[in-house]
Design a binder for this molecule. Structure first.
Ligand code: GCU
Length: 408
């Protein structure tokens, strides 16, 4: 009895506090231009406000991409039509980039359903631990360990995050590349990353240059270029997914590459889907201190100054509109701040409304019960019970959502 009343008493101020977070009056308006005009329709959004926000998030957070012409050559290293018990074709492709007299490589792994009659939709996601970490399939090539970080993850280490068989059974191809192929995820990763090649001779100031997350998003676009050469893949039906730091990346990739038809952010947290204002998890200062090599140098100017930022993460989400967007959280993932992820997903709905689309259907300012899924609108959200991870549970919901758009 004592416990119940204590809980009740505590819940009241907490609820008031949570509402206050979403209603922060320093929150920059999505639909007001820098010149102070109200954005009234999709045309004005596309012509004026969207480019303003894209420019701001490029210079302040994710980095300005150079327009260095890059050549890419694709070499199939391995292909086998009897993968996944005969249900899929496994293909491993080496992409070699050449620009400014330099060369850079990335290796893609794909599983493509065999049963389809025409080109299939594809789910693309970067992975954390190497392609060989995404599956126990012994035919997946183990890369040579780089000299600078000789520890390779064991085969299949991350396989729980990559339900290839289930996706293929539902008619989706799945493709992946290790993020480290574009920028090794370490403070001193720059020299081995694709960026020295991309910025060779560039006059873009250092303070606004891309770092790891920008390089990873660039890599997603290059993976799409490669898949565009594959007749079995329908590149008008690409869903890009990403977990955590790679969820931040999938959102930025979708903001910058219109070929991405659906964007999924899973537990992306700070500088991903989660609003910075009022964040109860990772702050801007914390992320910039622990991972100074992820975002632009300019982003560090906002350490401890969230309420003065001329942007917040609902703007990143709004850049995905009018394409379908899925934001997912996990109930025990306090570091990513599920409530602020959900609030951002709600706030970006203003832009979806300009297109006559359906914003997030959960309108309340508090989190739904763990296990709740809202995927009936064009902005979807779910709160998985449990911790920071991406599991079959999440994938199933993302695929249910994609089925609605990809005509399956
Ligand atoms: C750290 C980091 C987060 C990030 C996460 C991950 O926890 O602080 O910002 O999302 O790693 O990528 O798993």
């Amino acid at each position: 009895m004592k416990n119940i009343s204590l809980k009740y008493l505590l819940a009241l101020p907490l609820a008031a506090l949570l509402c206050a977070a979403a209603a922060d009056d320093t929150m920059p308006a999505l639909l007001r231009t820098e010149g102070g005009r109200t954005v009234r329709n999709a045309r004005m959004w596309e012509r004026q406000r969207r480019p303003e926000i894209l420019r701001m998030l490029s210079t302040e957070v994710y980095g300005v991409a150079p327009d260095t012409p890059v050549e890419a050559a694709y070499e199939t290293l391995e292909e086998d039509a009897s993968a996944l018990g005969g249900k899929a074709t496994r293909r491993q492709v080496r992409i070699t980039f050449r620009a400014a007299g330099r060369e850079h490589r990335a290796d893609m792994l794909l599983y493509i359903p065999n049963s389809a009659e025409g080109p299939v939709p594809v789910i693309f996601g970067l992975n954390f631990k190497g392609n060989h970490g995404t599956t126990t399939d012994p035919a997946v090539i183990m890369p040579a360990a780089p000299k600078s970080s000789p520890r390779l993850a064991p085969r299949g280490d991350n396989a729980r995050r990559w339900p290839y068989a289930e996706a293929v059974a539902r008619g989706y191809a799945v493709a992946t590349i290790c993020k480290d192929d574009f920028f090794p995820d370490r403070r001193d990763g720059y020299a081995e990353s694709v960026l020295p090649m991309l910025y060779e001779g560039s006059t873009i100031p250092d303070s606004v240059r891309m770092k790891a997350v920008g390089a990873w998003a660039w890599g997603i676009s290059r993976a799409i270029d490669c898949m565009e050469t594959m007749p079995e893949i329908d590149t008008r039906r690409i869903m890009v997914i990403g977990h955590s730091r790679l969820g931040k990346t999938s959102l930025w990739a979708a903001a910058t590459d219109p070929r991405i038809a659906i964007a999924v952010s899973n537990d992306s947290g700070s500088t991903g889907a989660s609003l910075a204002r009022g964040n109860r998890g990772e702050s801007v200062e914390k992320i910039n201190t622990t991972f100074p090599y992820w975002f632009t140098d300019r982003y560090k100017l906002y350490n401890g100054r969230e309420t003065q930022m001329p942007f917040d993460q609902h703007m990143l989400l709004a850049l995905v509109a009018p394409r379908p967007l899925y934001v997912a959280s996990a109930s025990d993932d306090a570091w990513a701040d599920p409530l602020n992820e959900m609030h951002a997903a709600q706030l970006c709905g203003e832009v979806y409304r300009l297109y006559g689309l359906q914003p997030l259907t959960w309108r309340q300012q508090r989190l739904p019960a763990p296990g709740a899924t809202f995927n009936g609108g064009d902005v979807a959200y779910h709160l998985r019970q449990g911790g920071h991870d991406i599991l079959l549970y999440d994938w199933e919901r993302f695929m249910d959502f994609a089925d609605r758009y990809f005509g399956k």
